[in-house]
Design a protein around this ligand. Structure first.
Ligand SMILES: Nc1nc2c(ncn2[C@@H]2O[C@H](COP(=O)(O)OP(=O)(O)OP(=O)(O)O)[C@@H](O)[C@H]2O)c(=O)[nH]1
Length: 417
C-alpha cells in the first residue's frame, strides 16, 4: 500500500503542485486546508507517513499546525512564505524534518528531494562516533528525523567493531577527541579499509581554529563540521555526501550494465570472472564457462526490424535468468552472451544449458503481432586451467564448432568428436 502524505495547505494551486510531485514519488495524498481539518484527520484512523505543513493557515496564522502534526508522531516538512529570522528559529526549535521558504519553483524541487530522501534514507546506514552521550544523542536525533538507519559507538575501537557487524554502513560521523582511538586515527583506519566511493567520513570538532578540519581532511575525511552546528548545515553536509556516494554507485552500475538486457556487460564480466577464477583454483571449486550466441540473428533484424531484434535479446536474457538463476550471466556485445557457473559438474552444466537451448528452440517469442522463433548455439569450457582470456577463446572455439556442425547445439570443448 502506498505511503500517505498529509498536505496541509490553504492555497489550492500550491496544494495541487505538492500533490502532483508527491504522487510522482508514489505517495497517496490527503489535503487539509485548515488546522481544524488537520485535527480531525489526525484523530481519525488514517496513518500518515509524513506531512507538508504550510506555516500560516486561516485558523492557525503562526505555525500552530506544526506542533499539532508533530504531537501525533507525524514527520513534518514546513513550507513557509515567511523568511524572517524569528520564524526560522521558531520552526527549527521543533523536531521538523526541514523548512522550505516558498520563494520560487526551486522550493518544490527541494521538497521533492526531501520527500524522496524520507522514503529511501533507511537504506543508508550512518555510524555516529562520539564519547559524549549528549552530542551523540543530538546527532542521532537529527539523523532519525531524516529516517537514516543509525548506529552508535563511543570511540574509534568500538566503531571498527560496529562496522564489521554492519556492512550497510555508508557514512561515519566522528568526533575528534575520544579515548582508546581518536577521530583522526579512526579516519586513518577507515581509509585503509574502505575506499572513498564506498564510505564517506565526516569529522566533528569543537575547536575554534581551522587546524582540525585540515587534519581530518588530510587523513582521508570527506567533510568537516564545527560544533556547535545548526541543523540546516548538518543536513546539507550529510545529504550532499550521501548523494554523491549514491551517484557514484549509480554511475558504476551504469558502466557495468548492458542497457538493453540489464545483464552485466563485458567489462563487468571480465572483472568479476578474473577475481573468481584464482579463488576457484585455490579452493578446488568446479565450474564452467560458456559462450552463447543467437543463430542467424542478422536475419531476425532483417525480417522483423531492429526493435524486434532488441526485444529478442531481452527475451533471451530472461530465459537465461530462468534456466541459470545462480550463474553469473553477461551480454558480451551484439548477440553474444557469457555464462560462468560454479558448483555444478559437467553433466549438470550440459543439461542446464541444453534445456535452455531446447526451450528457446521451441519458443515463439511475441513481438507486436508476430511470433519470432530462433535457436542458439553454445560453446563450453569445463574446469579450464588457463587464464580467463584463454578460456574465453576456448569456449569461443567450441561455439564456432557448434555453428559449423549445424547450430542449435551445445558443444563442450574437448568433446567435439
Ligand atoms: N537488434 C539488435 N541487433 C544487433 C545488436 N547488436 C548487434 N546486432 C546485430 O547482430 C547481427 C549479428 O550478425 P552476425 O554476426 O552476422 O551473426 P548471425 O546473423 O547471428 O549469424 P551466426 O552467428 O553465424 O549464426 C548483426 O546484424 C548486428 O547488426 C543490438 O543491440 N540490437
Amino acid at each position: 500500500m502506498a505511503d500517505r502524505l498529509l498536505v496541509v495547505e490553504d492555497s489550492k494551486p500550491i496544494a495541487r503542485v505538492i500533490c502532483q510531485l508527491a504522487e510522482s514519488l508514489g505517495f497517496e495524498t490527503v489535503v487539509a486546508s485548515t488546522l481544524a481539518e488537520v485535527e480531525t484527520l489526525l484523530h481519525g484512523d488514517t496513518k500518515f507517513f509524513a506531512a507538508t505543513v504550510d506555516y500560516a493557515l486561516p485558523d492557525a496564522p503562526d505555525g500552530e499546525a506544526i506542533p499539532c502534526v508533530l504531537s501525533h508522531g507525524v514527520q513534518a516538512v514546513v513550507m513557509t512564505g515567511k523568511m524572517d529570522d524569528i520564524t526560522r528559529q521558531k520552526i527549527l526549535a521543533q523536531a521538523v524534518v526541514d523548512y522550505i521558504p516558498k520563494e520560487n519553483s526551486q522550493a518544490f524541487l527541494y521538497l521533492k528531494r526531501i520527500l524522496h530522501g524520507q522514503q529511501v534514507n533507511h537504506e543508508n546506514g550512518i555510524l555516529v562516533v562520539d564519547d559524549s552521550l549528549a552530542t551523540r544523542n543530538h546527532v542521532v536525533e537529527l539523523l532519525m528525523r531524516r529516517n537514516f538507519t543509525v548506529y552508535v559507538a563511543s570511540d574509534g575501537v568500538k566503531a571498527l567493531e560496529v562496522l564489521e557487524q554492519h556492512p550497510d554502513i555508508k557514512m561515519v560521523i566522528t568526533d575528534l577527541e575520544m579515548p582508546n582511538m581518536d577521530g583522526i586515527e579512526l579516519t586513518n583506519e577507515l581509509r585503509k579499509r574502505y575506499s572513498r566511493d564506498r564510505m564517506s567520513v565526516i569529522g566533528i570538532s569543537g575547536a575554534s581554529n581551522g587546524i582540525h578540519s585540515a587534519r581530518f581532511i588530510k587523513n582521508g575525511a570527506d567533510d568537516f563540521l564545527r560544533k556547535p552546528f545548526c541543523p540546516e548545515e548538518f543536513y546539507c553536509r550529510i545529504t550532499q555526501n550521501i548523494e554523491s556516494l549514491n551517484n557514484i554507485k549509480q554511475i558504476q552500475r551504469a558502466a557495468n550494465t548492458d542497457y538493453l538486457t540489464e545483464l552485466p556487460n563485458r567489462r563487468a564480466f571480465i572483472q568479476i570472472a578474473q577475481n573468481k577464477l584464482p579463488k576457484y583454483a585455490e579452493q578446488g571449486v568446479i565450474y564452467g564457462l560458456a559462450m552463447l550466441d543467437i543463430d542467424y540473428f542478422k536475419k531476425i533484424n532483417d525480417n522483423y526490424g531492429h526493435d524486434a531484434g532488441d526485444n529478442v535479446l531481452k527475451m533471451v536474457a530472461l530465459y537465461m535468468r530462468k534456466h541459470l538463476p545462480r550463474a553469473m550471466l553477461a551480454r558480451l556485445g551484439g548477440e553474444e552472451f557469457a555464462v560462468l557457473m560454479e558448483g555444478v559438474d559437467e553433466d549438470q552444466l550440459f543439461t542446464r544449458l541444453d534445456d535452455l537451448r531446447r526451450e528457446l528452440s521451441v519458443a515463439q517469442l511475441p513481438y507486436e503481432n508476430q511470433q519470432i522463433s530462433l535457436t542458439i548455439s553454445i560453446g563450453v569450457v569445463f574446469n579450464g586451467t588457463g587464464s580467463l582470456a584463454s578460456q574465453m577463446n576456448e569456449a569461443d572455439q567450441a561455439l564456432y564448432n557448434a555453428k559449423e556442425n549445424g547450430r542449435n547445439q551445445v558443444v563442450i570443448s574437448g568433446q567435439e568428436d
